[in-house]
Structure formats: C-alpha cells, structure tokens
Write a protein that binds this ligand. Sequence first.
Ligand SMILES: C[S@@+](CC[C@H](N)C(=O)[O-])C[C@H]1O[C@@H](n2cnc3c(N)ncnc32)[C@H](O)[C@@H]1O
Length: 216
Amino acid sequence: MGRRTRRRDGWQHRLYAALLPRFHQRYAPLVAERKRELLGGLSGTVLEIGAGTGANLPYLGRDVRWIGLDPNPYTPRYARESASRAGVAALFGSAVAEQLPAADESVDAVISTLVLCCVEDPGAALREIVRVLKPGGRFVFIEHVAAPEGTRTRRWQTLVLPLWKRFADGCHPNRETWRWIESAGFARVRYDRFRLPMPIAGPHMAGEAVKQGAIG
Ligand SMILES: C[S@@+](CC[C@H](N)C(=O)[O-])C[C@H]1O[C@@H](n2cnc3c(N)ncnc32)[C@H](O)[C@@H]1O
C-alpha cells in the first residue's frame, strides 16, 4: 500500500513547475561551482529525489544513468528537455522521497537539491536514501536550511513558515536539515554551511554523506 500524499495535480503545481526554470536563471550561478564539485564526479546509476525540472543534469557526466523522481506531475516535461540538452540517459518517475520505487542497494548515488526542506517526513526520506544506496554509495546535497538560532533571519523564517509552506509547495525555511542527515546512519558526513544573497532562504548547506561499506 502506497504512502498517502497530498494531491499535486492542481494549477499551483503546474505554475510551480513552470516557474522553477525561471528561479534557476538567478539561482544556478550562485551554486554552479559547488554543483560542479559535488555532482561532476558521480558515476553509474544516480537517483535524484525531487528532481524538478532537471536543473542538475548539466553537471552530470554523460555516462551517468539518471533516474529523476518527483511527485509533481508537471515537472518531467521540463526535465526531459534538460536531459536531452545535457545528453544524459534519463528515466523519469513520480514518487515522494519518503517512498522510493527502487530496490535496496541499487544505486551508486542519490542527489537532493532544495528538496529536504519540502518533504513531509525528512526521517523517512533519509531512511529511504540509505536503503537504496549501494554500500559505499554517496548522498550528495545542496539544501537551504534554518539560520542559526537567535538570529533575525531565523525569527523571520519561523514567522513566515505557515504562508511560505502554503505558497512554496510545503517548504520549511527553518528546517535544521543537518540534524536529519547527521542522524541518518551514514558512515561519513561532510558539509559546509554558507549563505546566499536571498531573503529567508539564504542559509544553505552543501556536502555529501557516504553509506557504510566498500565503494562500489
Ligand atoms: C524547490 S524544488 C527543487 C527542484 C530541484 N531539485 C532543483 O534543485 O531545482 C522542490 C522539489 O521537491 C519536490 N517535492 C516536494 N515534496 C516532495 C517529497 N515529499 N518527495 C520528493 N520530492 C518532493 C517538488 O515537487 C519540487 O520539484
């Protein structure tokens, strides 16, 4: 029996998918260097959760087999165009990160960019990521996160949460995502915290976590 998730076939989700590429016109240059560093070395089967419109495809090697999953049914048409421009072999599916349609230990890497803020259950999503990774597989992430406690940005993040969640597809600007990643049972986790010049969602983290076991 599948996990019950909220409906995503309304006009808001169609609009959200259409606006994502526009958002990336401004956002992509801010994280391009980090994406080159984190995504450029991935190989084999790479599963991306919340793949959206395929903003990460240009950073992947052409030998990667990419599986892009997203619960928004309006995103694959944009992601398909990105995959063909990037020349990457791509498969698309509709799924939430909390319930991945992939076998245990079946993928070499999992990517998440700006997704762990949106998932309803970050603990379940991370359990699924660990489950589908091969031993030694890498989870690579760039996420916007909570600002340090006691800061003005953190107070704003908390204040706007109800509206932000409603209009940004369930996104939690004040989520302490590092806590979820650190406690997910990876053998090794490394990341940096940094701030981008954006209101509310400026605080970010980027890095990778490696699953216990031999590098596959
Ligand atoms: C801000 S967008 C980021 C898209 C893409 N990763 C990027 O960097 O452009 C957040 C994405 O997460 C997806 N999403 C929302 N809830 C999700 C969930 N529970 N599991 C997986 N993806 C989810 C949304 O449909 C949306 O495409």
